[in-house]
Design a protein around this ligand. Structure first.
Ligand code: ZN
Length: 136
């Protein structure tokens, strides 16, 4: 895996969290996006080389609704950038990690993503993400 691509934070209200993190990092949200497949609305901020993803549930079925009910607001996942998500998923599966999907899924910010179950990673939800090549 390469660097940490971003850190995801579960929030009750994207509007209020956006205001707080824009003030905290002193930089504007550069992208807000609905990820229908995950039932979330996300907002991204960049601080230097690092990205923060704020996640708000967009439906009661959202994993964010369940996460906040169980653990409250806070760090939800750490995302690592990978070059070949399919190969990395196969490697992790062979190592005994539990993947939350069999195939990479389209995620926020023009990425293919796959999540690794926190049960096997000391309670930390891990996201793998690979940038989708943009056609020129
Ligand atoms: Zn993420």
């Amino acid at each position: 895996m390469n660097k940490i691509e971003h850190i995801g934070i579960a929030v009750n209200s994207l509007e209020s969290a956006k205001a707080i993190f824009q003030k905290l990092l002193n930089t504007p949200v550069y992208k807000t996006e609905i990820v229908a497949s995950e039932h979330v609305t996300t907002a991204f901020l960049q601080a230097g080389l690092n990205k923060i993803e704020l996640l708000e549930a967009s439906s009661p079925d959202s994993p964010i609704t369940k996460f906040i009910a169980k653990r409250g607001e806070g760090i939800h996942h750490i995302a690592f950038e990978v070059n070949d998500i399919v190969a990395e998923m196969a490697r992790l599966k062979a190592e005994g990690f539990i993947l939350l999907s069999d195939e990479p899924k389209p995620g926020a910010d023009n990425k293919l993503v796959c999540f690794v179950h926190p049960k096997g990673t000391n309670g930390v939800l891990i996201e793998l993400c690979q940038a989708i090549a943009t056609k020129v």
